[in-house]
Write a protein that binds this ligand. Structure first.
Ligand code: ADP
Ligand code: MN
Ligand code: MN
Ligand code: MN
Length: 333
């Protein structure tokens, strides 16, 4: 007997990498081997030296196929055994190891937008729906588009064993969110990429596409972000509040480095409107959804917990965002 392994990787599309996958048939009980692909078709190699290597790093049950089949997240390597330039995970492995004693945890809120027939799901042909206001966490067929897909995606993520902590409808019609975590830096990023793959794959069966475009509709419509909630062991312990404030200050000293690596098109989303702070003005505050970094009210009451970096775009690479946050915050501790 055999089983199917879906090998997933991030390609070399500019400016934002896209997910790719292909299926390998393996003998029952066989371990997941390294595998190759044609990098000249994914912007990862030239035709004359096209072979790239897929190295399995995380696997989980495949909820689409079921049975013994699995999904496999991989890192891309060059033929001579080096991390490919598009492989952002390899650098996170080093940073996570360097600061392992701080036991960093992440919870990422992934926002996204469904599209059907070339417009956001719920937008009428040639016009606009009612202005924003009733869609966030709404109920009813006048406000909600795509719930059947969201439910199926949630079910698939849970069956895959991913640490999804919730889902909700968002401020723009057709826009939704799911959260992954809290988990360590590598775990949260691997799981988020697999959850994204499952989102696209689930929506495929409904003839709907999902996009991580940070600003899918210009004008008075909310963009899509990936708020990144972060804590270290020190922040979670009694008296941790001072470490949270120190972390905010450390992040405030490296604004450009972070904003430039929080997803393409971030200036279009972080405008100072629609629950965002301007991309070039750093601020933090308790309960402030107009700040770059928000300290949740409960955290200020408890005097410990975590912070929420509200800046990352929906299309950010969690391997990059997690690396920068761990590096900036832990190197200042
Ligand atoms: P919001 O109120 O901003 O919409 P959500 O409930 O959508 O918040 O997301 C909060 C996220 O924070 C969840 O993914 C949760 O798992 C995560 N989280 C909770 N505690 C911690 C912690 N100590 N460290 C990191 N992330 C955390
Ligand atoms: Mn949320
Ligand atoms: Mn949200
Ligand atoms: Mn949030």
């Amino acid at each position: 007997m055999v089983y199917k392994a879906e090998y997933i990787w991030i390609d070399g599309t500019e400016p934002t990498g896209k997910l790719r996958s292909k299926t390998k048939i393996l003998a029952d009980g066989a371990e997941l081997p390294e595998w190759g692909f044609d990098g000249s078709s994914t912007n990862q190699a030239t035709g004359d030296r096209s072979d790239c290597v897929l190295v399995p790093v995380f696997s989980c049950p495949d909820p689409i196929r079921g049975g013994d089949d699995v999904l496999v997240m991989t890192e891309v390597y060059t033929a001579d055994g080096k991390p490919h330039p598009t492989n952002t995970r390899a650098a996170l492995v080093k940073t996570a190891k360097k600061y392992a004693k701080h036991e960093s945890l992440f919870g990422i809120e992934q926002e996204y937008t469904f599209f059907k027939d070339g417009r956001p799901y719920g937008f009428p042909v040639g016009g606009f729906p009612a202005p924003q206001g009733g869609y966030y966490c709404g109920v009813g067929s006048d406000e909600i588009f795509g719930r059947e897909i969201v439910e199926e995606h949630l079910e698939n993520c849970l069956e895959a064993g991913l640490s999804i902590s919730g889902v909700n409808a968002e401020v723009m019609i057709g826009q939704w969110e799911f959260q992954v975590g809290p988990l360590g830096p590598l775990e949260v990023a691997d799981q988020l990429w697999v959850a994204r793959w499952l989102l696209y794959r689930t929506a495929e069966d409904f003839d709907v596409s999902a996009t991580l475009d940070p600003k899918p509709m210009k004008g008075d419509w909310n963009g899509a972000g990936a708020h990144t909630n972060f804590s270290t062991k020190e922040m979670r312990e009694d008296g941790g509040y001072k470490y949270i404030e120190e972390a905010c200050k450390a992040l405030g000293k490296k604004v450009e480095l972070h904003v430039n690596n929080y997803g393409h098109g971030i200036q279009d989303r972080l405008t100072g409107h629609h629950e965002t702070a301007p991309w070039n003005k750093f601020s933090y505050g308790v309960s402030d959804r107009g700040a770059s970094i928000r300290i949740p009210l409960q955290v200020s009451r408890d005097g410990k917990g975590y912070l929420e970096d509200r800046r990352p775009n929906a299309n950010m690479d969690p391997y990059v965002v997690a690396r920068l946050m761990v590096d900036t915050v832990c190197s200042a501790m």
